[in-house]
Design a protein around this ligand. Structure first.
Ligand SMILES: *[C@@H]1O[C@H](CO)[C@@H](O)[C@H](O)[C@H]1NC(C)=O
Ligand SMILES: *[C@@H]1O[C@H](CO)[C@@H](O)[C@H](O)[C@H]1NC(C)=O
Length: 440
């Protein structure tokens, strides 16, 4: 740095108004030290403003400051610090140099003279600051500061973004952005009112896509389905379970799948017993039969039969509702069973065999008599046989599996022999066996 200091008198540098005259010859010969010239008018040495009189007194970036007895070349940003005194006794009429900038300022740096006092310079207002464009200039007494915007900190003269995320402001995730930051939450959470904490989102109340039931849980939610539905692979949808496809024993007859459930149905002539079993409807009792006058209703599995009330054929005569007898007075009755009793029974299809299905019991036994039983009708005897139990009873046994619907009429004959009285008689039980259409 090139600076030329011209001191008027040692020890008084930079104080204005110092005049040094040649000590001995003040009356006869007047001379001024370097930087001063004689002013005839005031009879005083007057400072030369070298900044004006010397061409290019300061070079380059240097600024010329006139000074008593000389001048200063200082950087353009420099200010000359001077004592706040305004004028010297020697120069009573010289006005204090009031800025503009270039002018000499007798006040401390950051102040300017105003009247007889120094007042603060608003460097911000006067654009005498070196704040960055991004910085805000704040005037202070005697100086100024460059303030960084919120979210920035000053390092040197630069404003550097503060990484707020380093300070763990956010509960979940922090996103630093220039001058600020924001908090983000993991999926299933949302930012709380303080913009930092994360609170669980109740997805169920916010339209979670569960088709049926929604259960909120911390950070997520779960879909569940009503009974009878399965959660789909997407986790949201509910698909009807076809219960009928799971098991064939859900229903005795037929399973009908319905949304979320199933039901059992029964074939015609049956009704549901409970939820899965089918039981025969007794049309004869419910009155839903079609039997007319002179007919007797016989309930069978899956339906009913209407049989004639008058079942006795010549030469038999009816003696009670289901009993016909052949009167002994009639000659043709000699070789016929004395009585025919009509009975009806109904069994289910596919019965396991052998199966006892009907027991015949002699009603009246003479002492010493014994009875034998047989199936009198000659046809269709593959399926049935008689097993005699004792003198007075026998069992009709189903020997083969029979698939309904089917009907058999069996004449079961009981012969009673009384050897003492040399008496023999025969009676027939005419049994109609209906095989139902189903196994129930
Ligand atoms: C949270 O952020 C919103 C939007 O940016 C703002 O309006 C609100 O004042 C902030 N709340 C708090 C507590 O900072
Ligand atoms: C059964 O017949 C036998 C003879 O065959 C006889 O001894 C017995 O007493 C009879 N039983 C009945 C209960 O009639």
């Amino acid at each position: 740095m090139k600076a030329t200091y011209v001191f008027v008198c040692v020890g008084l540098a930079l104080l204005p108004g110092t005049i040094c005259q040649s000590p001995a010859e003040s009356e006869a010969y007047t001379d001024c030290t370097d930087g001063y010239e004689w002013d005839e008018q005031t009879q005083l040495c007057r400072d030369i403003n070298e900044c004006e009189t010397i061409l290019e007194a300061c070079r380059g970036e240097m600024k010329c400051f006139n000074h008593y007895g000389g001048y200063l070349c200082l950087p353009r940003s420099s200010y000359v610090i001077t004592a706040p005194e305004t004028a010297s006794q020697s120069e009573p009429n010289v006005p204090v140099p009031v800025p503009e900038n270039e002018a000499f300022n007798p006040c401390p740096l950051g102040y300017r003279a105003q009247g007889e006092s120094c007042v603060d310079i608003d460097e911000c207002e006067l654009n005498m600051h070196d704040c960055q464009p991004s910085q805000e200039c704040i005037n202070t007494v005697g100086t100024f500061t460059c303030q960084c915007p919120d979210g920035y900190s000053k390092i040197g003269i630069e404003c550097v973004d503060i990484d707020e995320c380093r300070y763990r402001y956010c509960q979940h995730r922090c996103v630093n952005v220039p001058g600020s930051f924001s908090c983000e939450c993991e999926p299933g959470f949302q930012l709380a009112g303080n913009n930092r904490s994360c609170v669980d989102v109740n997805e169920c109340e916010m339209g979670a896509p569960c088709q049926q039931r929604c259960y909120n849980s911390y950070g997520t939610f779960l879909c569940r389905c009503d009974q009878g539905y399965d959660l789909g692979p997407d986790g949201y949808s509910c698909n009807d379970i076809n219960e009928c496809s799971y098991s064939s024993i859900l229903c005795q007859y037929q399973c009908v799948n319905e949304p979320g459930k199933f039901s059992c149905v029964c074939p015609e002539g049956y009704e549901l017993l409970g939820s899965r079993l089918c039981q025969d409807v007794n049309e004869c009792e419910t009155g839903s039969h079609q039997c007319g006058e002179g007919q007797v209703c016989v309930n069978i599995h899956g339906g009913h039969q209407c049989v004639s009330a008058n079942r006795c054929q010549e030469p038999y005569i009816q003696v009670s509702e289901n009993r016909c007898i052949c009167p002994v007075v009639k000659p043709e009755c000699r070789d016929l069973p004395f009585s025919i009793v009509h009975r009806y029974m109904s069994i289910t299809s596919e019965r396991s065999v052998p199966s006892d299905i009907f027991q015949i019991q002699a009603t009246s036994v003479y002492p010493g008599a014994y009875n034998s039983f047989r199936i009198r009708s000659g046809d269709q005897n593959e399926e049935f046989y008689i097993r005699q139990i004792n003198n007075i009873s026998a069992m009709l046994v189903l020997a083969r599996t029979v698939t309904g619907p089917k009907e058999y009429v069996l004449d079961l004959e009981m012969q009673s022999v009384n050897p003492l009285m040399n008496y023999q008689t025969s009676s027939v039980l005419r049994l109609a066996v209906y095989i139902g259409p189903h196994v129930f």
